[in-house]
Design a protein around this ligand. Structure first.
Ligand code: NCD
Length: 312
């Protein structure tokens, strides 16, 4: 792969995206074996620096690196010198002094990974920057959708909820439109404003307006931590207007699936019955997340030198 970093999907081509998805499919087989480790990144060190909470993204990048035989160094701002006032740049300069081969970075400030990527020679993977992008999430979502729908070309994907503050939604909008899907968004006016149309999506107001013609529905968590004190309806009211329950699931196309990036607020975005239903692809997303992150590390760290089969 000729790119140095994965900062966002806005400028990624269809070929770039498909390369990652196809490589991930080959790595999926490794994760089903009894011995789940392959050698391409042996001797390399991947630093995971998380300045914001994370469960799935952090553990799946960590495990992805280990399955490729890399060493990992996990840094969380909680309990670190960030709490003592150290700047991001100083922290990263110190990590750089330990000679890492790649950095996976999550940070509350939009653009933080871009600033780091400009200053250091090793690949930077954006694991979520503020409200900007979360590209590895969109790639695992695209793989999950392609598995279920065969192709994204001409499919209609609905994204429902707090689209405005969702880096998952932004990265998905870029990836899905690049792959030829029609993206329709819906949510409360303040969290899903008409200005989102500038991203090339169709905006409808109510969840019931998007369900009947969607091939898949991606439900988003309300980003309470990013609302800056703005008023929001109660959880019950939100669920009544924008939550997906069994009655709404039955109004979807029979083969349509439900995605959610996690963490799920049960009873808010998804009713417990929907979260646990066979139509919900949440655990497929997690399984694909591991394979997609293996593919990203492999491609960006140059594991692909032609000397070894990817999954041998
Ligand atoms: C998302 C995130 O952190 O952006 N979670 C994730 O990485 N799967 C979504 C969210 O927090 O709502």
């Amino acid at each position: 792969m000729t790119r140095k970093d994965l900062l966002g999907l806005q400028d990624w081509s269809r070929e770039d995206i498909l390369r990652v998805l196809d490589t991930a499919v080959r790595f999926r087989a490794v994760n089903e074996r009894r011995i789940k480790k392959v050698p391409p990144l042996r001797g390399r060190t991947v630093v995971l620096a998380f300045f914001e909470d994370s469960t799935r993204t952090r553990i799946s990048f960590d495990l992805a690196a280990k399955r490729l035989s890399a060493d990992t160094l996990v840094f969380s701002s909680a309990g670190s010198s960030t709490a003592k006032g150290e700047t991001l740049l100083d922290t990263i300069k110190n990590l750089d002094a330990m000679r890492p081969d790649a950095l996976v970075l999550r940070h509350p400030a939009s653009g933080a990974p871009h600033q780091i990527a400009r200053r250091f020679p090793w690949p930077v993977i954006n694991a979520g920057d503020g409200i900007n992008e979360h590209p590895s999430q969109a790639l695992l979502d695209a793989l999950t959708l392609r598995d279920h729908l065969g192709t994204l070309e001409g499919r209609t994907i609905a994204i429902v909820g707090d689209v405005l503050h969702s880096r998952v939604a932004r990265s998905n909008i870029f990836a899905l439109t690049t792959l030829g899907a029609n993206v329709v968004v819906a949510g409360p006016g303040t969290l899903c404003p008409p200005a989102l149309r500038a991203l090339g999506v169709e905006r409808r107001h109510r969840i019931d307006d998007v369900l009947p013609d969607a091939d898949a529905v991606m439900m988003l968590r309300v980003q309470r931590e990013r609302l800056g004190g703005a008023m929001l309806a109660s959880a019950q009211e939100y669920a009544a207007f924008y939550g997906l329950d069994v009655a709404r699931l039955q109004r979807m196309r029979p083969a349509a699936i439900v995605l959610h990036p996690g963490p799920v607020n049960r009873g808010v975005e998804l009713s417990p019955e929907v979260a646990d239903s066979p139509r919900a692809a949440l655990l497929d997303q997690v399984r694909n997340g591991l394979a997609v992150r293996m593919a990203l590390l492999y491609l960006l760290l140059g594991g692909e030198d032609g000397s070894a089969d990817v999954a041998s």
